[in-house]
Design a binder for this molecule. Structure first.
Ligand code: HPA
Length: 274
């Protein structure tokens, strides 16, 4: 639909004015407690979401809601510090919108991070999990509605949601750094409740290794545009025992923070290696 393309172009034009036409090659989405990656970049511009036309405003603790532009080695990067979740009340269109804007700014790949609950008994809090596939338990898909042909196909292929070359590269980097890191399947839910013990069990039985409240709509929007995607979870809590464990958002943020440097090393090495 023309209004969507016009809205994307309006956001892109504003951002390009504010950043002197900066052309990012890699787009990054930083999850809860994982915003510190921007310290690895040589930052040139930081634009609050609230100033960008058509951007929603992030309301969650641990998300500061800015688009950072800068470099890492020779690569131009745009990083979203803070993302939009369906549970905040945004529409799926709003959740997906910044991904579309980053694509129109010129990114050629998208790296995503998130905090997630572990479903696999082999996991420990603070582990990394590289996402090789996902299961959407969301009640809605960001592509519902008239298809925007300029963005992608009506029925997009999802046979390789996460780029195999990128997750293989990341697994090697994790191994070289001796990080506890698995390759697994992410289950996408709306939240905002954490799961019941029976739900965690169910999600593992259907093939999930981690569960979280983000990422899936972003990946769908990116793959609609045929943008290669890499995504990684930090396991911040465990839903794997039969003993119910209470979880708070603050614990999730603290666990993510403790694993942030490992995740940053993986992103940084992937970008520098190209
Ligand atoms: N469930 C859903 N989302 C999450 C969790 C969880 O256990 N941990 C962090 N995000």
């Amino acid at each position: 639909m023309q209004e969507t393309i016009a809205a994307i172009n309006e956001s892109v034009n504003y951002i390009q004015q504010q950043s002197n036409g900066f052309k990012p090659e890699v787009g990054i989405v930083l999850g809860s407690g994982l915003g510190g990656f921007v310290n690895e970049m040589t930052i040139q511009y930081a634009i609050p979401y609230s100033q960008i036309p058509n951007f929603p405003v992030s309301t969650v603790k641990g998300h500061d809601g800015k688009l950072f532009f800068g470099t890492l080695g020779a690569k131009n990067i745009v990083a979203m510090s803070g993302r939009f979740h369906y549970y905040e009340g945004y529409s799926m269109f709003q959740v997906a919108f910044p991904i579309r804007v980053m694509k129109y700014l010129g990114i050629q790949k998208l790296l995503i991070s998130n905090a997630a609950g572990g479903l696999n008994p082999k996991q420990q809090i603070g582990d990394l999990m590289i996402i090789k596939d996902h299961i959407s338990l969301l009640p809605i898909n960001p592509l519902i509605g008239s298809n925007i042909d300029e963005l992608g196909a009506r029925f997009p292929d999802m046979s390789e949601p996460y780029a195999v070359n990128l997750f293989q590269q990341a697994m090697k980097i994790a191994e070289q750094n001796n990080f506890r890191c698995a390759l697994g399947t992410y289950v996408g839910v709306t939240g905002p409740c954490f799961e019941t013990p029976a739900e965690y069990k169910y999600m593992h039985i259907i093939g999930g290794d981690a569960v979280g409240m983000s990422t899936v709509p972003e990946v769908i929007a990116a793959r609609h545009m045929q943008l290669p995607v890499f995504a990684i979870s930090v396991i911040t809590d465990l839903g794997v025992t039969d003993i119910p464990v209470k979880i708070t958002h603050d614990e999730v943020i603290a666990a993510a923070k403790s694993a942030e440097s490992k995740m940053s090393i993986i992103f940084k090495t992937m970008i520098l290696e190209g």
